[in-house]
Design a binder for this molecule. Structure first.
Ligand SMILES: [Zn+2]
Length: 456
């Protein structure tokens, strides 16, 4: 049996800690809910999680955790306490507009990124996403990350790729999003430049040769940086694996015939992390055809500048005609088969959404992706572990994030419902705690939450 209760020198920890912490960071206890700790283990009922400053001090069944006198209590009875979600593939510059060309025109290229990125950051936190991997944006994102880190705006911890490396320039996307290379030597040089400028990881995209990929991987690994590849097709996956790419992004969501068993076996056996991103077209598109009213949402309208919101709504007028979804009916035909192959092969998986691609709002993207993975054969417990513990490990942050246990950073969400019974309960995020700081949905306001945190 795992040891839930590691109460390490509690008093000393607080007294030294309190001095270095922001005055908004307090001690408190989450009491009475069901705890899913991230380990794909049975939940703990009537649990207590103790937080002090930005750390978890103790977590376990109520009878094993002593709550120090005077500790403020957040009542979590009837709710689920679980680790903050980790979106392993997202885009902070996007908010779900239907047409990329129109969107970037509207933003004046990158001119209004500082306006939209904080909206995406807030929406992610509302959806319980406390860590996000941004796979492709200009370095404008660094300033927004600083605002988040300073506590000026709500937002997830961000791991960023900066601009992607490609041989084929994408039209309609501003130049500062992409680094076009023409040789392996150039690929290596640009990789080092990106790391110098602030890339935490490297994203490779279109048309790279095996030699290009090897050059990027060697350069990145020389700096301890991982390479994520955007891939759908089998030959590209084989090439990336041969080149030593660290994370395979998008695989499992293509309109492909079944993936070869030998390839799946290798991916599983070598524990090459896979992020499927299955929902963003295949589940989100039919959901929007069936229920177009999801697209005109007061929660989005309240945050998004009026001209952008109006333009977005115009882009949703005929979603069947959007170029982003031109292959989606074909993709849907094989979708659960493709996704299920990776699941059945026992591939090592993180969860990514590609939000906020068209119609795929940050406010909903994670629960939709997790729900799609359950539809495709994962148990809710397994998909929760993939979206928390595994994501943290893939980022090399498994020692600090991804589970609820003593000593870890306090990234915790409280869900109004039981996601083990129905994964869609993840749409009801009542409280998002990041780094110990409490943010809560106004619908769930209580005196304790008001005293400890910020409504958003
Ligand atoms: Zn993407």
């Amino acid at each position: 049996m795992r040891n839930f209760l590691i109460l390490f020198s509690f008093i000393g920890f607080i007294s030294t800690h309190a001095i270095s912490q922001d005055s908004q960071l307090k001690s408190y206890a989450l009491v009475g809910g069901m705890l899913i700790d991230g380990y794909e283990a049975p939940a703990v009922h009537n649990a207590v999680v103790l937080v002090s400053g930005n750390r978890i001090i103790a977590a376990g069944p109520a009878h094993e955790v002593t709550i120090p006198d005077g500790t403020p209590i957040i009542d979590t009875r009837g709710k689920t306490i679980m680790p903050g979600l980790i979106d392993m593939h997202m885009h902070l510059d996007l908010i779900g507009h239907g047409d990329y060309d129109q969107y970037y025109t509207l933003l004046g290229g990158t001119r209004r990124l500082a306006e939209v990125m904080p909206i995406a950051a807030k929406h992610m936190m509302r959806a319980g996403v406390t860590t996000g991997v941004d796979l492709g944006s200009p370095f404008d994102i660094l300033a927004v990350r600083e605002q988040i880190r300073a506590g000026e705006i709500p937002g997830p911890r961000l791991t960023i790729s900066g601009p992607w490396i490609t041989r084929i320039k994408l039209d309609g996307v501003p130049d500062s999003y992409q680094i076009v290379i023409n040789s392996p030597t150039e690929a290596a040089a640009k990789t080092l430049e990106l790391i110098e400028q602030g890339s935490d990881i490297i994203k490779i995209w279109l048309g790279l040769t095996l030699e290009d990929m090897k050059a990027v991987v060697n350069a990145a690994h020389s700096k301890g940086v991982k390479v994520h590849a955007h891939l759908y097709k089998v030959p590209a996956m084989e090439k990336a694996i041969e080149a030593g790419v660290d994370v395979l992004q998008h695989v499992g969501s293509a309109k492909m015939p079944p993936y070869p068993a030998a390839l799946l076996h290798k991916i599983a056996e070598d524990r090459i992390p896979v992020v499927q991103t299955v929902a963003h077209r295949i589940w989100v598109y039919p959901a929007s055809i069936e229920n177009p009213s999801r697209l005109d949402n007061p929660e989005l309208e309240a945050d998004i500048p009026a001209d952008i919101y109006a333009n977005m709504q115009r882009s949703f007028k005929n979603i069947r005609a959007l170029s982003y979804f031109k292959d989606t009916p074909d993709e849907i035909r094989h979708s659960t088969i493709n996704a299920r192959q990776f699941i059945d092969a026992n591939a090592y998986m993180g969860v990514g959404t590609d939000a906020a691609s068209p119609l795929n709002f940050h406010t909903e993207a994670m629960w939709r992706e997790m729900s799609a993975l359950v539809d495709s054969g994962m148990t809710p417990a397994r998909v929760i572990t993939a979206a928390t513990k595994s994501g943290a490990e893939i980022l090399g942050k498994g020692g600090e994030l991804g589970t609820i246990e003593a000593g870890k950073l306090a990234d915790i969400i409280i869900i109004d419902g039981d996601p083990l019974f129905d994964i869609n309960a993840l749409k009801y995020v009542a409280v998002t705690i990041k780094d110990g700081r409490v943010w809560f949905n106004k619908k769930y306001t209580t005196d304790a939450l008001t005293a400890l945190g910020t409504a958003f």
